[in-house]
Design a protein around this ligand. Structure first.
Ligand code: MN
Length: 189
């Protein structure tokens, strides 16, 4: 049985005061057969990072990627698993007030749909097993990726790795693809 989205969002809600932040509390559930969504948000919190979120069982499974995603299979990017976020978070772009959890500017750096690896209908078993493969259909990120849990650490440390295919780009993409895919604005704007 998939975990209930509302139970899965408990940590997310505990960390935030929704009378102070404009982030969503998370009420939306879905029962339709729409494609699974993904989003990558650039987040200028106390440390700048990118948040990769993959829809699974009614919530967004989330990883903070300090260096951001890469389209070069030679790059193995540390991805720290963080609390599940609500699906409505996919359209959140704005500034979390200073002093609140995650205070700082959030930009929708990329978004689109994704497919779990061939033959899989969900990434839930991959998360449990510590290895998941998926194909992204975004504006900046396309093609096959893998997330692999590291043996060391507390189980929250993963590596995000581009898999070899025709969407490989062997140069950094986070600096020259720097505008929001929604508002077309930079972080500063
Ligand atoms: Mn973040």
């Amino acid at each position: 049985m998939p975990a209930s989205p509302s139970k899965s969002l408990k940590t997310y809600r505990t960390k935030r005061d929704f009378t102070r932040t404009s982030e969503p509390a998370g009420k939306r559930t879905r029962s339709d057969a729409k494609a699974l969504e993904f989003v990558v948000q650039k987040h200028a919190a106390s440390r700048l990072h990118f948040d990769l979120r993959l829809e699974s069982d009614g919530v967004m499974k989330s990883w903070a990627v300090p260096k951001g995603p890469s389209l070069d299979p030679r790059d193995k990017r540390l991805a720290m698993q963080v609390e599940d976020h609500p699906i409505e978070y996919n359209s959140f772009e704005g500034t979390i007030p200073k002093g609140e959890y995650g205070g700082g500017t959030v930009m929708i750096w990329d978004r689109g749909t994704y497919e779990p690896a061939e033959g899989k209908s969900s990434i839930a078993s991959g998360i449990r097993a510590g290895k998941l493969e998926f194909t992204l259909h975004g504006e900046k990120l396309r093609g096959a990726f893998a997330l692999v849990r590291m043996a060391r650490g507390d189980g929250r440390e993963w590596l995000l790795i581009k898999q070899g295919d025709d969407s490989v780009v062997k140069r950094p993409i986070t600096s020259d693809r720097d505008k929001s895919v929604v508002s077309k604005r930079t972080m500063k704007q």
